[in-house]
Design a protein. Structure first.
Length: 228
């Protein structure tokens, strides 16, 4: 049986998976288009060279899966993912990037990405990731899994008790899980950055955590993302 069996690539007669490519490097998009066009069950329906265009093209084209770079002009991949998922929840977002640190992984998952893979992923694994994403299956590349597991394995200094958090601190924690900066949190909550900094410090202290990344991972693990 070939690498792309019926189980992996879908049954004959099914409509191809519609994919939108979002990357600010034309050569990367060209390579991805060439790679994916070789798969009979995958169809590249459009391209975008920044986050804002990715959002606009996704709303116009209604792709099944968006391959999203993180570092892009006008609107970065995290914010583009967040807005796209809010406006078009049926579209799955797979982050395709060179950044595999735990902070970016946590923020991407918090923004709604269903997959997170490195740009050095073997071609057949990228195609398989797109197929999984179209089925709603979460997939993290092996190095990303290891990075995230190592971050999650860092024990807090004390037993975390979510009930200790105030309503405002819970809001701040939810926004941290979305990868928001202090400035963005302050704007969302209509408070000063100094106030946000105090809330962040309280959240870390009460949960026995030592960094914003740990706080974001904690929120994701305990289902404490902010309700929209």
């Amino acid at each position: 049986m070939s690498e792309y069996s019926m189980t992996e690539s879908g049954t004959a007669g099914e409509a191809p998976i519609r994919v939108l490519l979002a990357d600010d490097h034309a050569v990367v998009r060209a390579g991805l288009r060439l790679l994916l066009s070789a798969q009979p069950d995958l169809e590249v329906v459009g391209e975008a060279n920044d986050g804002q265009e990715a959002l606009e093209r996704a709303l116009a084209l209604r792709p099944d899966v968006v391959l999203m770079d993180l570092q892009m002009p006008r609107l970065d991949g995290l914010e583009a993912t967040r807005r796209l998922r809010a406006a078009l929840p049926q579209a799955a977002v797979v982050v395709l990037t060179t950044y595999t640190d735990s902070a970016n992984v946590a923020q991407a998952l918090g923004a709604g990405a269903i997959g997170y893979v490195s740009k050095d992923l073997p071609p057949r694994e990228l195609a398989a990731t797109i197929r999984r994403a179209a089925r709603g299956v979460v997939h993290l590349a092996e190095p990303v899994q290891q990075t995230l597991l190592q971050a999650l394995a860092q024990p807090p200094r004390a037993e975390a008790v979510p009930e200790e958090l105030t309503e405002r601190e819970r809001e701040v924690l939810g926004l941290l899980a979305e990868g928001r900066s202090n400035k963005e949190i302050a704007k969302a909550l209509h408070v000063t950055e100094r106030t946000v900094k105090g809330h962040v410090g309280n959240v870390l202290g009460k949960l026995g955590l030592v960094s914003r990344t740990q706080a974001a991972l904690y929120a994701l693990r305990h289902g404490l993302k902010r309700d929209r």
